[in-house]
Design a protein around this ligand. Structure first.
Ligand code: 4NP
Length: 144
């Protein structure tokens, strides 16, 4: 199983999803941003610090931009909000049927429709809390 997490900048939410989910799954994981602004950069400093306080190390991760080829390289593509999903779908090659889901689909009990962007909210711990819940839900679903 190959899972790709996607957000806007690939420095806050999707690298965090990758960094959390890889700790609980044998799936092959990666992350990407729909925008190319931060290509080559490690996850955002305050995001890494918040993750480190709960035992995660994101320091090996580097941002890259989502491309149409990712549809053929992954079994499942997971966006963080509706805008990510629309940007992802715009690049879908004709005939490709790779599932694209919102990460919060795996945490219906939270009532959340998206992972709020901590780059703007500054709530890095709240984002990690939700990402941990979504990750557990995803793991439960793909390990069936
Ligand atoms: P992310 O957050 O999509 O969770 O990585 C963002 C990070 C940076 C920017 C926007 C969103 N930015 O505008 O630089």
């Amino acid at each position: 199983m190959k899972v790709l997490f996607v957000c806007l900048g690939n420095i806050c939410r999707s690298p965090s999803a990758e960094g959390v989910f890889r700790e609980m799954s044998t799936a092959i994981t990666d992350s990407a941003g729909t925008a190319g602004w931060h290509v080559g950069k490690p996850p955002y400093g305050p995001m890494q610090e918040a993750a480190k306080r709960r035992g995660y190390d994101f320091s090996d991760l580097r941002a890259r931009q989502f491309t149409a080829q990712d549809f053929d390289r992954f079994d499942l593509i997971i966006g963080m909000d509706a805008s990510n999903l629309a940007d992802i779908e715009r690049l879908r090659p004709s005939g490709n049927e790779t599932p694209v889901r919102c990460f919060t689909d795996y945490a219906p009990e939270t009532g959340m429709q998206e992972v709020p962007d901590p780059y703007y909210t500054r709530d890095f711990d709240g984002a990690l809390d939700l990402i941990e819940i979504c990750s557990r839900g995803l793991q439960a679903e793909i390990s069936d």
